[in-house]
Design a protein around this ligand. Structure first.
Ligand code: HEC
Length: 269
C-alpha cells in the first residue's frame, strides 16, 4: 500500500506537467511548431528571410556567415553575394551596424539580438508571434501583436502576409483573452448563438492581401523559425550524429565484453 501511495505521489508532478503542455502565447494559445533541422532547404530559405526581413534591425551576433554557409550547404560565394549585405568578410559575425542607442530612440525599445531567441522564447512562441501582427492605428507603426502586446517592432513581413485585421472570435480558454473588469462587463462580446464570450480580436482576417497566401506565409514563417532554432544551437545536428556513433560503439563493445566475460568464467563453472 505504501508503495502504491509513493508511486502516485511521485507521478503527480509528471501528470501536472503533461496536462500543462498547452502553452499560452500572450492572449492566445500557441500554435504547435516542431523544428526540422534536417531540412536543409527550409533552413536555407529561412536564412534568406532572416537577412532580408530581420537583419535591418536585429543582429545574429554569435553566428558567422561562414559557419552558417557551411552548416546549410551554401557555397561561400553564394552566401557572400546573397546573404552578406555588410560588404564584409565571409568570416565576419552577423552583426548589424545600427547603434543600439539610436534604435532605442526609433522604436522605444532596442531590437534584441536573435541568436538565442528560439531558446529563450521557444519555437512555438516565435512561430505564433510572427504570424499575429494586426492593424492598430493607435500604435506608432500602425500594428499591434496578439502575442506581444504593444510591441515596439513594426510588422516586418507585412508585404508578404498582407495586413491582418481583428474580428471577434473565441476567447482564450486560460486567461479570458482580454482582461475583464467586472464593472465593464458590457464590453465583453458574446456569440449570440452559443452565448460564449468572444474576444474582440479572437480572429484575424487578412483584408489587404500580401505577396503570399495564408499557407505560403505560414511556410515562410516555419522556415524562418526553423532557421532561428538552428542558430540557437548550431551544433545540434552534429551532436545527434555523435550520439548515434556513441550508441553504436556501446553496443559493439557490449558484445566484446560479453564474449570476454564468458571466456573468463568458462573454467570456473
Ligand atoms: C524595423 C526594425 C525591426 C525589424 C525589421 C524586425 N524587428 Fe524584431 N524587433 C524590433 C524591435 C524594436 C523589437 C523590440 C520590441 C519591444 O521590446 O517592444 C523587436 C523584437 C523582436 C522579438 C521579441 C524578442 C524578445 O524576446 O523580446 C522577436 C522574436 C523579433 N523581434 C523577431 C524578429 C524577426 C524574426 C524579424 C524578421 C522577420 C524581425 N524581428 C524584424 C524591431 C525590428
Amino acid at each position: 500500500m505504501k508503495k502504491i501511495l509513493m508511486t502516485i505521489l511521485l507521478a503527480l508532478p509528471l501528470v501536472a506537467f503533461a496536462s500543462g503542455s498547452e502553452k499560452a502565447c500572450g492572449t492566445i494559445d500557441c500554435d504547435p511548431f516542431k523544428p526540422d533541422l534536417h531540412d536543409k532547404e527550409s533552413l536555407q530559405r529561412g536564412s534568406k528571410y532572416f537577412v532580408n526581413y530581420c537583419m535591418g534591425c536585429h543582429s545574429l551576433a554569435f553566428m558567422r556567415y561562414e559557419r552558417m554557409a557551411d552548416d546549410l550547404d551554401i557555397p561561400h560565394e553564394v552566401a557572400q553575394q546573397n546573404l552578406n549585405f555588410s560588404g564584409g568578410n565571409v568570416g565576419d559575425l552577423m552583426k548589424i551596424a545600427a547603434p543600439i542607442k539610436e534604435q532605442k530612440k526609433w522604436f522605444g525599445a532596442a531590437p534584441p539580438d536573435l541568436t538565442l531567441v528560439a531558446r529563450a522564447r521557444g519555437v512555438e512562441w516565435l512561430y505564433t508571434y510572427l504570424r499575429n501582427f494586426y492593424q492598430d492605428e493607435k500604435r506608432p507603426y500602425g500594428v499591434n501583436n496578439r502575442v506581444f502586446k504593444d510591441v515596439g517592432m513594426p510588422h516586418a513581413m507585412l508585404e508578404l502576409q498582407g495586413m491582418a485585421v481583428c474580428a471577434p472570435g473565441p476567447v482564450h480558454a486560460e486567461n479570458g483573452g482580454i482582461k475583464r473588469d467586472p464593472l465593464t462587463r458590457e464590453e465583453v462580446l458574446f456569440d449570440p448563438q452559443t452565448g460564449v464570450a468572444l474576444n474582440p480580436c479572437g480572429r484575424l482576417n487578412i483584408e489587404k492581401a500580401g505577396a503570399l497566401n495564408g499557407d505560403q506565409f505560414d511556410q515562410a514563417v516555419s522556415d524562418l523559425v526553423n532557421f532561428l532554432a538552428y542558430a540557437g544551437e548550431p551544433s545540434a545536428l552534429k551532436r545527434q550524429r555523435m550520439g548515434v556513433y556513441a550508441l553504436f560503439f556501446v553496443s559493439l563493445f557490449f558484445v566484446v565484453a560479453w564474449l570476454l566475460n564468458r571466456e573468463y568464467w568458462k573454467d570456473v563453472h
